[in-house]
Design a protein around this ligand. Structure first.
Ligand code: NAD
Length: 484
């Protein structure tokens, strides 16, 4: 018998975590879920034991073994160099896709958007979340935004596969490629390329700002939306909130080898230990998990019982509303109400159907990387210089011309300030000096760059970093400054 059971790793988390996890597991067990929970400890207690990652090395063993993680929210202590456990888990286990279905339950849960049914597919590993940040001068800090072709292709392919397996009609991409032409430009380009392989879908691209406004105003205009990490982080919370409540949505974090399922909300410490919290978000994460481990029958049973409970007006405090709701219940009573409705279906809301088990992971055949002819044609030298006088710095830098390189522009926060800058442009202490090959984009050597840096440091200027400027098959691989 025991061999039927699928081992899963469970963390009960902090704050309201233990209460909602107990409720979710109780419902699953009563519904006959064929699971064998292995408990690990993560979160606040582990952090406070001095482990900055919030997870003991031994816990990884369980995760490597089960490959399925059902996780209650945790509390990240403020300050003190603690690393976000979520980011660590996603990156360590290669969970590249974050999938968040955001559905409204009108008229039982208040929302301005009846009929909303949007799935946000968020890239989970790169973008500004690589966590590569530096302070470079007294005034300027930077965070590197990294977007890769395989990273983009993986998430975009995942979004189309998800849409196909879940009978969706349209896939939309959000990016900001009108401004970030290289990074977001790549994401958009890969969306167009991969999208061409899925002719059955309507496809569109929105610039993220107006797309976000449209999503908040008319979510019914969207079906599946795929986006880079930061936009997805923000907009998946917006989408969940406007669907009715952040307390209702669950999410799946999917990788090639492992997957993690959770509620989208945090540990709500102020509500802890009072039998108040709504276990629905975590339960919805659990439903995505049951589908993932090939138990769609159990997911369907629970989902329909849950819909019926909501429809019957049995609500926790966060969604309780006089007039619509019938009974205000605590976490445990809500779980019992769902258990009492197992085998029942909703009468008004659309029943859940998981008959065609949409598997969440699949083999990805990524395109192989095409190697371009890459040539070094110049270098951007970044300098810490405290005078706010671009002309003076420009003149000094021109003295380093020679040996095949010459200063072509000096910019400050991306705006060209020399030659021919505007006096009105405000300058910080962070300067970018572009030195290009003086033979019309002919290649230069790394040695020429090193010699230039040597000349600069001997003159007593503080260079804080360099970026080599390459062409790829003759195409510029770097952005010009504004005004250049
Ligand atoms: P939160 O989501 O924990 O709570 C915000 C508010 O939402 C709560 O005060 C509560 O009123 C309400 N709420 C949230 N979940 C609810 C539920 N299930 N039922 C009823 N009401 C609910 O956000 P926060 O207060 O910003 O963060 C608290 C802690 O959670 C922080 O330490 C944060 O780092 C952590 N956090 C963890 C995760 C995670 O583990 N995945 C995610 C987000 C935040």
């Amino acid at each position: 018998m025991a061999s039927n059971l699928v081992p899963i790793t469970v963390a009960h988390g902090d704050g309201i975590g233990p209460e909602i996890m107990a409720a979710a597991l109780h419902i699953m067990q009563e519904a006959g879920a064929r699971i064998e929970p292995h408990t690990i400890e993560i979160g606040e207690k582990v952090y406070l034991r001095g482990i900055n990652s919030g997870i003991e090395p031994s816990a990884w063993e369980s995760l490597r073994h089960t490959k399925v993680f059902f996780k209650a929210p945790i509390t990240t202590p403020q300050g003190g160099g603690f690393k976000s456990l979520n980011v660590t888990t996603r990156k360590t286990l290669g969970l590249y896709a974050n999938v968040r279905p955001c559905v409204s339950y009108h008229p039982y849960v208040q929302t301005k958007h009846p009929g909303m049914d949007v799935v946000i597919v968020r890239e989970n590993e790169e973008d500004l979340y690589a966590g590569i940040e530096h302070r470079q001068t007294d005034e300027v800090y930077q965070c590197l935004k990294l977007i890769s072709r395989p990273g983009s292709e993986k998430i975009i392919r995942y979004a189309f596969q998800y849409a196909r397996r879940n009978n969706r009609k349209k896939v939309t991409c959000f990016s900001k490629d009108n401004i970030m032409k290289f990074t977001d430009g790549l994401f958009h380009k890969v969306f167009d390329e991969v999208g061409a392989e899925y002719p059955e879908f309507e496809k569109e691209h929105w610039i993220v700002d107006i797309g976000a406004a449209k999503l908040a105003d008319t979510p019914s205009a969207f079906d599946v939306i795929v986006m880079p990490n930061l936009y997805g982080d923000i907009l998946s919370d917006v989408a969940a909130q406007i669907a009715g409540s952040v307390g209702l949505a669950g999410s799946a974090n999917i990788g090639d080898h492992c997957a993690m399922f959770e509620a989208i909300h945090g540990s709500a410490p102020r509500r802890a230990g009072q039998n108040l919290a709504n276990p629905s978000g975590l339960l919805h994460g659990g439903l995505l998990m049951l589908v993932h481990i090939d138990q769609p029958d159990i997911a369907e049973l629970i989902h329909n019982a849950w819909l019926r409970t909501i429809e019957d007006g049995v609500h926790t405090y966060d969604i309780f509303k006089e007039g619509t709701s019938k009974e205000k219940v605590g976490t445990k009573e809500f779980a019992e109400a769902v258990v009492a409705r197992l085998n029942k279906k909703p009468e008004k809301l659309k029943p859940a159907s998981y008959s065609k088990a949409p598997k969440q992971t699949f083999e990805q055949n990524l395109s192989s990387t095409r190697h371009s002819n890459k040539e070094l044609v110049g270098v951007d030298v970044f300098l810490h210089w405290t005078e706010r006088n671009p002309r003076e710095l420009g003149k000094r830098l021109e003295q380093f011309n020679g040996d095949g390189l010459k200063l072509t522009s000096l910019s400050n926060r991306g705006v060209k300030v020399y030659p021919d800058g505007f006096e009105e442009t405000f300058c910080t202490d962070h300067w970018r000096a572009g030195f290009m090959s003086d033979r019309n984009q002919k290649p230069v050597s790394h040695q020429q760059v090193v010699s230039l840096l040597d000349r600069i440091q001997k003159a007593g200027l503080d260079f804080i970093k360099i970026e080599n400027l390459y062409t790829f098959d003759g195409q510029k691989g770097f952005a010009a400054s504004q005004g250049e």
